[in-house]
Design a protein around this ligand. Structure first.
Ligand code: SF4
Length: 172
């Protein structure tokens, strides 16, 4: 049985679908707009602290893609920072679990004003597929005031950029 499985996998390609090819020009335009808007609002580039409040890691994979060799968004000035003390935006994923609630609150308190909270993914909106679990508090808005929600399960890197742009254009 095992040898049959190995043989089948050897002769067949992977079953995963190929990722859609990124459009470098559209991506550069979008990322450039995010950076120009951040500089106009803040006088500098945008710094982002990512907080996984209990996600399945699917949203993290898309967020991490923003920094990979294809998207490479740091060239447009967008920076992911290790400390909330250096952040303008908290990018929060997942339903908020009981175990992460306090950490999320403390991360928010450690972030200097002005600061914005962006809930990323369907779970961050209302708990998504984890809604009703006794291990979860709920969506991010159950713990913090949310300035922007980026829908998707998970949202693509392009959707993440569009969400950040909408945040910068619309919040006070
Ligand atoms: S929205 Fe989807 S990808 Fe993101 S944490 Fe929830 S289940 Fe995972």
């Amino acid at each position: 049985m095992t040898s049959k499985l190995l043989l089948r996998n050897f002769f067949h390609g992977p079953l995963t679908e190929a990722a859609p090819p990124p459009d470098p020009a559209a991506l550069a335009e979008l990322a450039g707009r995010v950076d120009r808007t951040a500089r106009a609002r803040l006088g500098r580039s945008l710094s982002i602290r990512e907080v996984d409040a209990g996600s399945c890691n699917g949203c993290e994979l898309e967020i991490h893609a923003l920094n990979n060799a294809i998207y490479d968004l740091e060239r447009f000035g967008l920076r992911f920072v290790a400390s909330p003390r250096h952040a303008d935006v908290l990018l929060v994923t997942g339903p908020v679990t009981m175990n992460m609630r306090e950490a999320l609150e403390r991360t928010y308190q450690a972030t200097p004003d002005p600061k914005w909270v962006v809930a990323v993914g369907d779970c961050a909106r209302d708990g998504g597929v984890f809604a009703g679990s006794p291990a979860c508090v709920g969506g991010v808005s159950a713990v913090l005031a949310v300035d922007q929600h980026i829908p998707g399960c998970p949202p693509t890197p392009t959707a993440l950029l569009k969400g950040l742009l909408a945040l910068l254009e619309n919040v006070q």
